[in-house]
Design a protein around this ligand. Structure first.
Ligand code: URA
Length: 256
């Protein structure tokens, strides 16, 4: 790694400023002042980094985790030359392009709601791999009044598992969120992440689907986020995520 990169990453300093500080002799590595920003250094062997006389911690910085309300119509993709409306473009506009953020569990283009984004590859794996059974919570809007009996029977069948295209689709639980003369909103909780799983479940019961919104992923809720809004997770949200990862991701949990 170049000295410039080390200073940028570990001290969280923008590239040009980091370069200037190095060239001005403001950076010391293991007690030695280094003025060549492009010097190759091995981050594993560095013991001490000082910038302007202050020690910079050498442990990796905390991974970044963001939540985004993906609006309907936006592609859950970091780059797609054929579509101008992608999550990647939104990140660029917010100054977060090129920071290694990945999407932890995509949503279909016409679906909307919570997307978690992080530069922590292990966290992406935890949030998306079916073996960890992390809950994804969806609200589905059905543009008609559904009888209670019909809905509860459907939930029971969905919990037992529905065969579709050689796969079994299953919900962990369901509930009615809203029910009015011409609209029923159902909440479905799933843990697997199969392609179009909610749409396929709804189609299996021959129901029309007006809107599909992800409102929760693990302990993180969409909350009051508005379409297109992006926020860094709060400390309690991050702690809840870490706690879940510890509980479900440990070898003794049986979730492997
Ligand atoms: N299920 C779907 O059908 N689509 C999504 O985007 C997410 C879950």
């Amino acid at each position: 790694m170049r000295l410039l990169q080390l200073v940028q990453r570990r001290a969280g300093i923008a590239r040009r400023k980091a370069q200037r500080l190095i060239e001005q002799g403001e950076v010391r590595l293991d007690g030695q002042t280094l003025t060549n920003p492009f010097l190759e250094v091995d981050p594993e062997t560095v013991r001490e980094l000082e910038v302007r006389g202050r020690r910079v911690p050498l442990e990796p910085r905390e991974p970044a985790v963001y939540k985004l309300y993906k609006p309907a119509g936006m592609l859950s993709s970091l780059y797609d030359p054929k579509h101008p409306n992608t999550v990647g473009r939104l990140l660029q506009r917010r100054g977060l392009g090129g920071q290694g953020l990945a999407i932890a569990g995509r949503l279909d283009r016409d679906a909307e709601g919570l997307l978690l984004l992080t530069n922590d590859g292990e966290l992406v794996n935890f949030l998306t791999h079916p073996r960890y059974e992390v809950e994804k919570v969806y609200h589905v809007v059905i543009p008609r009044l559904l009888p209670y009996r019909h809905v509860y029977e459907m939930f029971r069948k969905m919990q037992r598992g529905v065969r579709d295209g050689g796969e079994v689709l299953r919900i962990r639980r369901g509930r009615i969120v809203e029910r009015s003369r011409n609209r029923t909103v159902l909440e479905l909780v799933l843990t697997e992440g199969k392609k179009h799983e909610v749409k396929r479940l709804i189609k299996h019961f021959k129901l029309p689907l007006e809107r599909l919104v992800r409102v929760g992923h693990g302990p993180v809720a969409l909350g009051k986020l508005r379409p297109g809004e992006l926020k860094r997770l709060t400390t309690p949200e991050r702690r809840a995520l870490e706690a879940l990862k510890k509980r479900l991701g440990s070898p003794s949990s049986g979730a492997r």
